[in-house]
Design a binder for this molecule. Structure first.
Ligand SMILES: [Zn+2]
Length: 301
């Protein structure tokens, strides 16, 4: 039915067209990220009741509607998260190969992998500015049916991990009985509490191997997308900045100095915020992570 208003909302956006095939796996993402706690999530947190995860058109964001027992994620948020997940994977692989070969600058010339990563980050930013933004020609499309073990399948795993953590953050607000209408100071504290809760949920019983490192990287990829939201929307008083949030989460990561999850996360952060700077020569991935986080947190808001 066409009425007055923004006619674009009556036509399927690129965001919906390109990401709707993920609807089923997105709904199970909070369970799939920490499968060892899936039953506990259903019984202890959701108290056996059914919650829905609704995918909608609208500004790029995830929210909880407590009265309707519903978590809402928009198509623009999902496609942007997929783009950041893919860019993070590309940047991680490229930067690790470069630093092993003693190269400090990543080639971002035409048709290079880094050029694609930067175009993906720009596309995610465009979707934050306008959820109806057209997906650029020449960029790959998400493939929900990517065969297991393929690069696209790995990207899907990082994407769904990031979505799962963001949904668990929303679950935490509800589970911890947070007040949506309160002082700015208390809202900031609630954000940190929800981040810690979601991060602990995902990591506390994770197998102590690469699966745990993968989860760290997925959380960082989710926060890298949130940092782009902060950059485009110029942050807010009620939410701590994404990089402060990542620093806060890192206190519960419990990762080792040589953590591959931290190493990949560092390069993802750098690709989003200082892609053309040389790769700095840090002693360990942990030092590089906190050094890069510190540099990112000093960028103008
Ligand atoms: Zn929140």
């Amino acid at each position: 039915m066409l009425e007055q208003g923004d006619v674009r909302f009556f036509v399927m956006t690129d965001a919906e067209r390109l990401i709707r095939n993920f609807a089923r796996v997105v709904a199970s993402a909070p369970y799939a990220l920490a499968p060892e706690r899936a039953d506990e999530l259903q019984e202890a947190v959701f108290e056996g009741e059914s919650w829905t995860l609704a995918l909608e058109e609208g500004p790029a964001q995830a929210t909880a509607r407590v009265d309707r027992r519903e978590i809402v994620v928009t198509f623009a948020a999902l496609l942007g998260l997929w783009a950041v997940a893919r860019a993070a994977m590309i940047a991680g692989v490229e930067a690790i190969a470069a630093s092993r070969a003693d190269r400090r600058i990543l080639d971002s010339g035409p048709n290079s992998p880094m050029a694609e990563a930067l175009a993906l980050i720009a596309a995610a930013e465009a979707l934050i500015r306008d959820p109806c933004a057209a997906w650029p020609d020449g960029l790959p499309h998400p493939d929900a049916a990517a065969p297991e073990g393929s690069d696209d399948w790995r990207v899907n795993n990082v994407f769904l991990g990031a979505v799962g953590w963001i949904c668990l953050h929303e679950v935490a607000h509800i589970h911890l009985g947070h007040e949506p209408d309160t002082t700015d100071a208390l809202r900031r504290r609630q954000e940190n509490e929800a981040d810690s809760w979601a991060t602990r949920w995902v990591l506390d019983r994770a197998p102590p191997d690469l699966r745990r490192e993968f989860r760290v990287f997925a959380i960082a990829a989710g926060l890298a997308w949130i940092a782009l939201v902060d950059k485009v929307r110029r942050g807010s008083l009620t939410h701590p900045h994404a990089w402060e949030r990542l620093g806060h989460c890192a206190q519960v990561f419990g990762t080792e100095e040589l953590s591959p999850g931290l190493e990949l996360s560092t390069h993802a952060m750098k690709a989003c915020f200082f892609p053309h700077d040389p790769i700095e020569d840090f002693e360990t991935p942990q030092e590089a992570f906190f050094g890069t986080l510190f540099a990112a947190s000093r960028l103008p808001r």
